[in-house]
Design a protein around this ligand. Structure first.
Ligand SMILES: Nc1ncnc2c1ncn2[C@@H]1O[C@H](COP(=O)(O)OP(=O)(O)OP(=O)(O)O)[C@@H](O)[C@H]1O
Ligand SMILES: [Mg+2]
Length: 237
């Protein structure tokens, strides 16, 4: 299958400090790909680099088009939606208002209205709470809202930064199951950044391991799961 996203020799800097030292990876169209790594490895920075939110060098191609150096808003319009760490919903706005904001660049207004129902069918709890202020939702519900808000863009690629963070395992499992269904039915490819390597490798097709700004291992999720170093350091058995 063709690559939807191709990243080569990607570097990223915060001022004088280089955080990514030339990473290469690709994401197949339709796949779920996981980026794993310890705290500070550069996972969040990688997602921010894809969105034009940090200074970069190297090449990023999305659907064959160079997107490195482009403005974040252009990248969003091309179909990349980002759910940042910490989720980034608008606390004082209702669930419904947050979803509407997610669709702000779309012109197909009728389809946007249908997509509210689509999101509510994946996340019925959000429907029950459509008028509730986002800031008063539980952590799990806020993560569901952050994901749905990003999907309201109808992206080709969804970037998820630690969706499991701070959530009970049962909620994480529920959200990951829904992500699998969304990947299959809505034709959205997913780049998943996770500390929770076990769950990420169960969901993903392919995975990359990043250590201090470099890709040190890549392969099918099944293969990565069996790697001894990954088992010791990230899976704990
Ligand atoms: N705004 C910033 N200014 C300077 N350095 C930063 C900035 N943001 C991140 N860094 C540094 O970049 C490195 C990579 O950070 P990043 O947030 O990408 O890691 P991460 O893999 O997402 O870690 P975590 O699992 O803890 O979220 C770290 O050393 C961090 O201190
Ligand atoms: Mg991070």
């Amino acid at each position: 299958m063709a690559a939807l996203l191709e990243v080569s020799r990607l570097q990223a800097n915060y001022g004088p400090t280089r955080v990514l030292h030339g990473i290469d990876f690709a994401l197949e169209d339709g796949s779920i790909t996981a980026l794993l790594g310890a705290n500070g490895a550069g996972k969040t920075t990688t997602l921010r680099a894809l969105c034009g939110m940090v200074q970069t060098a190297g090449e990023i191609r999305f659907g064959g088009t160079r997107i490195d150096g482009r403005a974040t808003e252009d990248i969003v319009r091309l179909g990349i939606a980002h759910v940042p760490d910490g989720r980034g919903t608008f606390a004082n706005f209702s669930v419904e208002e947050n979803l509407r904001l997610g669709a702000y660049v779309r012109k197909d207004k009728r389809a946007v209205e249908r997509d509210f129902e689509c999101m509510y069918s994946y996340f019925p709890r959000l429907k029950e709470r459509s008028h509730q202020q986002a800031g008063t939702l539980s952590g799990g519900e806020q993560q569901m809202l952050a994901i749905s808000r990003a999907l309201m863009l109808r992206p080709r690629l969804l970037l998820l930064d630690e969706p499991s963070f701070g959530l009970a395992p049962i909620i994480v499992r529920e959200i990951f199951e829904i992500m699998r269904a969304i990947n299959q039915h809505e034709k959205v490819s997913i780049l998943l950044v996770e500390q929770n390597a076990a769950m990420a490798l169960d969901l993903a097709d392919h995975a990359y391991l990043i250590e201090t700004g470099r890709v040190v291992l890549s392969g099918s999720a099944g293969k990565i799961k069996q790697n001894d170093a990954v088992r010791r350091s990230y899976l704990g058995y």
